[in-house]
Design a protein around this ligand. Structure first.
Ligand SMILES: Nc1ncnc2c1ncn2[C@@H]1O[C@H](COP(=O)(O)OP(=O)(O)O)[C@@H](O)[C@H]1O
Ligand SMILES: O=C(OP(=O)(O)O)[C@H](O)COP(=O)(O)O
Length: 394
């Protein structure tokens, strides 16, 4: 990576503002997945060891520039303290202002202060220079460890970097290294698996992958846009009518570039989008008009698993079917299992794909699970991430 990291500068005794992505799922006041907090521990522990005064900042949810009680970071501070074996994590009730400055003043080397949700301020998402300056006034150094929010040009992810020496944290560095290496010098055969439901979000990724992958496996709800484009009946399946020409173009481009572009050959269809649906397996050209494609079929699973197991690098984003319902979970499970078994290096991105791997208890068999969904997609599309661009070059 050509950006400076926290290891490249002297942080001892300095006030270090660390932007983290502690945007974790919280249900009824309980954090249900603390992966994103755990993943920042290397940076935080490094700063403690170095004797920095650590000021942590994060967003949580989308409170739209106002204080929303359920999005306070109180539980997050508690969990972080637990993960640090009981080390105190002070929690500010605001993110800027005199009270926060006073709390920062009191920090000793190695102490931690977590600011309140930066999205309680309208200036955050607007990347207001004045708000960025107020944040910067709290510290001597800026560290961005929030890979999950690196695709956002906000005051705490981008604006602040213009006021302070700005470097990456260790999680940010790891994410960029793993994804960067995968895409720039891929081990081959390189297989990309794209599924899920957000056709619009994933089209750009497929376009870029056509230039670098050897195999592209398409599954999930996005497959039906390709089928419709080829003139098949798709019944009530998910489709993006505006992307039909583009989808057809991808199939052509794959041929030109000698990329093996796989679409499902059989489908699990349901007569309803529910656990109680009647289910049948049909070949792709036999989807009944009033049924809906909800998973890849057994023949497809076998073909996809075979490709995955022969790959040296696998990048997977998006489930193969509606894995939340057991009837339509087998395709995603088969792909997760193949990723777990392959000797190739496996990278998983996207919140739902990671949740699926967890559900099948295969998450620990993946080589890298990215903490960023949108961010990893934009990275794979070849887009520059504003939170990274703003950091100091080496
Ligand atoms: N054939 C399908 N029809 C409708 N929804 C689907 C289908 N296959 C997968 N899905 C849904 O796609 C969702 C995940 O899509 P997406 O958000 O694009 O993935 P990710 O979060 O991994 O990037 C899951 O909730 C899953 O139920
Ligand atoms: O959870 C996040 O995005 P992700 O679900 O795409 O990984 C990040 O914290 C960014 O949050 P945002 O999409 O509200 O800017």
């Amino acid at each position: 990576m050509n950006k400076k990291s926290v290891r490249d500068i002297d942080v001892a005794g300095k006030r270090v503002f660390v932007r983290v992505d502690f945007n974790v799922p919280i249900h009824d006041g309980v954090i249900t997945d603390d992966t994103r907090i755990r993943e920042t521990l290397p940076t935080i522990k490094y700063l403690i060891e170095q004797g920095a005064k650590i000021i942590l900042a994060s967003h949580l949810g989308r409170p739209k520039g106002q204080v929303v009680e359920e999005f306070r970071l109180t539980q997050v501070a508690k969990r972080l303290s637990e993960l640090l074996d009981g080390k105190p994590v002070a929690k500010a009730d605001e993110a800027v202002g005199d009270a926060v400055k006073a709390q920062v003043e009191k920090l000793n080397n190695g102490d931690i202060l977590l600011l309140e949700n930066v999205r309680f301020y309208p200036g955050e998402e607007k990347n207001d220079p004045e708000f960025a300056k107020q944040l910067a006034e709290l510290a001597d150094i800026y560290v961005n460890d929030a890979f999950g929010a690196a695709h956002r040009a906000h005051a705490s992810t981008e604006g602040i970097a213009h006021h302070l020496p700005a470097v990456s944290g260790l999680l940010m560095e790891k994410e960029l290294e793993v994804l960067g290496k995968a895409l720039q010098e891929p081990e081959r055969p390189f297989t990309a698996i794209i599924g899920g439901a957000k056709v619009k979000d994933k089209i750009g990724v497929i376009e870029n992958l056509l230039n670098i992958a050897d195999n592209i496996l398409i599954g999930g709800g996005i497959a039906y846009t390709f089928f419709k484009a080829q003139g098949y009946e798709i019944g009530k399946s998910l489709v993006d009518e505006e992307k039909l020409d583009l989808a057809l173009g991808f199939i052509e481009k794959a041929k030109e570039k000698n990329v093996n572009f796989y679409l499902p050959v059989d489908i699990v269809v349901g007569d309803d989008f529910s656990e109680d649906a009647n289910v049948q397996v049909v070949d792709v050209d036999k989807i009944p008009a009033d049924w809906e494609g909800l998973d890849i079929g057994p023949k497809t699973r076998e073909i996809y698993a075979d490709v995955i197991k022969k790959s040296k690098l696998v990048v997977w984003n998006g489930p193969m079917g509606v894995f939340e319902m057991d009837k339509f979970a087998e395709g995603t499970k088969a792909v997760a299992q193949a990723c777990a078994e392959t000797e190739g290096y496996t990278i998983l991105g996207g919140g739902d794909s990671a949740a699926a791997a967890e559900k099948f208890q295969l998450a620990d068999k993946m080589d890298h699970i990215s903490t960023g969904g949108g961010a990893s997609l934009e990275f794979m599309e070849g887009k520059a991430l504003p939170g990274v661009v703003a950091l100091n070059d080496k």
